[in-house]
Design a protein around this ligand. Structure first.
Ligand code: GLA
Length: 395
C-alpha cells in the first residue's frame, strides 16, 4: 500500500522478516513458515451473518508466521508490528480475556483449538505482516489463519482446511470478542489465486469462481480510505441486531430466506422504515452476489462493474455504513473510468475497491487522491492487486 504507512514499513520480503525475527528472538532458525493473506470482498457485504452469499478474494499482501515447537508446552510470540514478545501458558488460554491486544488473536486460536479438543503443541512464533492494520482488509483473520495453520502442522492436528474457518472465527468471536461472520476466515484460508471464493455462509459450501483479471487486462485498485473508524464496532453489532430482529419479525431463520422476488412482500410486513432499508440491502446484495457469480462463470468479468457500484449505493443509502471519504473515493474512481467501485468490508472507513483497466489503475488512483485533496481529507493509500492464494505453508 502506498502512502505514509508504506514508507515506514521495512522493505525486506515479509517471509524473510518473519524468519529473521524468529532467529533474533529465539536464537535459532524456525522449523517452518506459514503465510495467510489479507482479503478484499468483491461483493456481498453484511450478508455472511445473514446466512447469505459472499464473494471475497485473497490479496497479495500477507502475514507470515515463522514457528517451531516449544518443548515446555507454553507459547511465546514476537511481532514486528509491536516489537514486543509475549508469552502465555495453559492458564491464560483457559478462558477469554487474559491475553489482550494483538496477542488475543494468537491466544484465541490456541483457546479455540483446545476448546475443540485438540492437543495444541507449545510453540515459539514470530510474526511479520504486509497487511495494513485497521484498513478493513482482515489483518486479524490473516493473523489467526497463519497461526492456526502453523499450530495444526506443528502438532499434526486433525483439522482439515474446510473446518479451519469456523475455528478461527470462534477465536475472534469467543476470545477476542468481535461478533463477526464467517467470511474473513473463510477467505483467507480457502481462496485460490486467480479466483474469487463463492461461499454460501449457511452450509459453508464453496466454489472457486474464475476471476482472472490479468487475462482480461483488468486489475483491482484497492484504496485505503484512511477514514477513522468511527464507532465501527458498535455500528456493526447494531446492523447485525437489526437483521436478526427483522428475520424474527418475518418468521424466517435468517434474511437469506427472503428471496429477491419476495422482497416487496417482506417490506410490506415491516412497519419501520429503517428496518425496511436494512432488509432491502441484505436481500438485494445476496442477489447481486449471485448475478456477479453468473457473469464470472460466463467469463464476462468486465460486465460486473455496475453490480459493484449498485452494491456501494445500497451500502450507502440502505445499510448506511459508508462515510464521506469512501463515497468520495468511489465517485472519483467512477468518474476517472473505473468499471465499478464499492467499499469493501464492514464499513465506517476501511477500503474501497475499483475494477479498472490495468493501464488505467494509476490514473484512477491519482484521480481519487486529487478528489481527497479537494475535500480536505488526508491522502488515501492505494495498491493495485490481482487475486492471490489462501493460507499455505511456505517451507
Ligand atoms: C467484517 C466481518 C465479516 C463481514 C463483513 C461485512 O469484515 O468480519 O464477517 O460481516 O464485515 O460484510
Amino acid at each position: 500500500m502506498s502512502g505514509p504507512e508504506a514508507a515506514r514499513r521495512p522493505t525486506a520480503d515479509v517471509a524473510d522478516r518473519a524468519a529473521t525475527g524468529f532467529t533474533e528472538a529465539y536464537g535459532e532458525p524456525p522449523v517452518g513458515r506459514w503465510a495467510a493473506p489479507g482479503r478484499a470482498n468483491l461483493i456481498g457485504e453484511h450478508t455472511d451473518y445473514n446466512d447469505g452469499f459472499v464473494l471475497p478474494f485473497a490479496l497479495p499482501l500477507r502475514t507470515v508466521v515463522a514457528a517451531a515447537p516449544h518443548p515446555d508446552g507454553t507459547w511465546r510470540v514476537c511481532s514486528e508490528l509491536s516489537g514486543e514478545t509475549i508469552g502465555f501458558g495453559a492458564d491464560e488460554v483457559a478462558e477469554p480475556g487474559r491475553v489482550t491486544d494483538w496477542g488475543a488473536y494468537v491466544a484465541g486460536v490456541v483457546w479455540a483449538l483446545r476448546e475443540a479438543g485438540h492437543a495444541v503443541p507449545g510453540a515459539r512464533l514470530a510474526i511479520a505482516s504486509d497487511v495494513p492494520l485497521g484498513a478493513g482488509l482482515s489483518s486479524s483473520a490473516a493473523l489467526e489463519a497463519a497461526v492456526l495453520t502453523a499450530l495444526v502442522d506443528l502438532g499434526g492436528l486433525d483439522l482439515p482446511a474446510e473446518r479451519q474457518p469456523r475455528l478461527a472465527q470462534r477465536a475472534e468471536n469467543g476470545y477476542v470478542g468481535a461478533p463477526t461472520g464467517i467470511m474473513d476466515q473463510s477467505a483467507v484460508i480457502r481462496c485460490r489465486a486467480g479466483h474469487a471464493l463463492f461461499l454460501d455462509c449457511r452450509d459453508e459450501s464453496i466454489e472457486h469462481v474464475p476471476f482472472d483479471l490479468d487475462a482480461a487486462g483488468l486489475a483491482v485498485l484497492v484504496v485505503d480510505s484512511r477514514a477513522p473508524h468511527r464507532h465501527a464496532d458498535g455500528e456493526y453489532a447494531a446492523r447485525r441486531g437489526s437483521c436478526e430482529r427483522a428475520a424474527g419479525l418475518l418468521g424466517v431463520a435468517a434474511l437469506r430466506d427472503v428471496p429477491a422476488q419476495g422482497l416487496d412482500d417482506a417490506l410490506a410486513r415491516l412497519d419501520e422504515e429503517e428496518t425496511r432499508r436494512r432488509v432491502r440491502h441484505v436481500v438485494t446484495e445476496n442477489q447481486r452476489v449471485l448475478d456477479t457469480v453468473a457473469l464470472l462463470r460466463a467469463g464476462r468479468v468486465r460486465e460486473i462493474g455496475p453490480l459493484l457500484t449498485a452494491s456501494h449505493a445500497s451500502m450507502r443509502d440502505d445499510f448506511e455504513i459508508t462515510v464521506p471519504e469512501v463515497d468520495t473515493a468511489v465517485e472519483a474512481a467512477l468518474a476517472a473510468g473505473a468499471l465499478g467501485a464499492r467499499m469493501t468490508g464492514g464499513g465506517f472507513g476501511g477500503c474501497v475497491l475499483a475494477l479498472v483497466d490495468a493501464e488505467r489503475a494509476d490514473a484512477v488512483a491519482a484521480a481519487v487522491t486529487a478528489a481527497y485533496a479537494e475535500r480536505g481529507f488526508p491522502a488515501p493509500g492505494h495498491v493495485t492487486v490481482l487475486p492471490g492464494p489462501g493460507a499455505t505453508r511456505l517451507d
